[in-house]
Design a protein around this ligand. Structure first.
Ligand SMILES: NC(=O)C1=CN([C@@H]2O[C@H](COP(=O)(O)OP(=O)(O)OC[C@H]3O[C@@H](n4cnc5c(N)ncnc54)[C@H](OP(=O)(O)O)[C@@H]3O)[C@@H](O)[C@H]2O)C=CC1
Ligand SMILES: O=C(O)C1=N[C@H](C(=O)O)C[C@H](O)C1
Length: 244
């Protein structure tokens, strides 16, 4: 397959270009970044997009307009943006796959959190990242929170217990579908997430660490190879790994 990369000079884009070059069955035919002519992407069978939240929607629209399939790793998607992508895809043959995390550890962390969610009264998420990250909370934390909230609702669990009525500084963190998320930005770290569950007399903590951007490459290449078998908008690669 011929692969194009948008965001090719970024931290993830560089890693993706190298992973594509190293794969026997893939060929890197285009590598573009901010300000570049996107024309060379027209030679690609599939485009991989790792840029910034403010640019990603425009890049996805460009790919769909030009009949291309796109594997998106950029974070910062909410329901409104996803609905917009679905609307763009309507009546086209393009495919878009968006995943907030392509590492197997993070995908399993989210799956384990989804399984644990109906069984614990309390749950909070702490995500810790390098200080260059522009979006908060992380896409992974937002996805995890939504999966937990859905699993809690399906099992009839009510709100997470919390007596806080006075929080003038926002110390309780972000609220995503009723799940508290705390974002830490720390020099020396790359990417870590902890999901803290609690019940009377017990606690369960699920932790995932990424130490290197190499951790995302098997998932990204799996998505690249699988996208022609998908249709419309696909969220996450759990299904490609037999987890959904
Ligand atoms: N899904 C996953 O598994 C993972 C997702 N991510 C996400 O991937 C994204 C990228 O992360 P990272 O590589 O660290 O970020 P970087 O800031 O290192 O890279 C982003 C790149 O995109 C470029 N860019 C900005 N605007 C455009 C545009 N309109 N068209 C083309 N290129 C553009 C930037 O150029 P310039 O700097 O000149 O503006 C930069 O080279 C983030 O949203 C991050 O959260 C990260 C790791 C894993
Ligand atoms: O910006 C990053 O670095 C990362 N972003 C993704 C996210 O927002 O979840 C994935 C990973 O945590 C690294």
């Amino acid at each position: 397959m011929k692969v194009g990369v948008i965001g090719s000079k970024g931290r993830m884009g560089v890693e993706v270009c190298n992973a594509v070059r190293a794969a026997d069955d893939l060929e890197l035919v285009a590598a573009v970044d901010a300000g570049d002519d996107f024309g060379p992407l027209l030679d690609a069978d599939v485009v991989v997009e790792f840029t910034v939240p403010d640019a990603s929607m425009g890049n996805i629209a460009w790919c769909i307009d030009h009949g291309l399939d796109v594997v998106v790793g950029t974070t910062g998607f909410d329901d409104a943006k996803l609905d917009q992508v679905r609307a763009w895809l309507d009546g086209t043959s393009s495919r878009v796959l968006i995943a907030s995390n392509y590492s197997i550890g993070a995908i399993l962390m989210m799956e384990f959190a989804r399984q644990a969610a109906p069984h614990f009264e309390s749950v909070e998420i702490i995500e810790l990242h390098h200080p260059h990250k522009v979006d908060a909370p992380s896409g992974t934390a937002a996805t995890t929170a939504r999966k937990i909230a859905t699993a809690r609702a399906a099992s009839g669990l009510g709100e997470v217990p919390d007596a806080t009525t006075h929080d003038p500084h926002g110390a309780r963190g972000a609220d995503i579908d009723g799940i508290r998320v705390h974002s830490v930005r720390q020099r020396g770290l790359f990417a870590n997430q902890q999901v803290l569950f609690g019940n009377p007399g017990e606690a369960l903590t699920i932790t995932c660490n990424s130490f290197d951007r190499a951790s995302y490459m098997p998932g990204v290449l799996t998505a690249v190879r699988a996208i022609k078998g998908l249709s419309g908008l696909t969220l996450g690669i759990e299904g490609l790994l037999g987890l959904a």
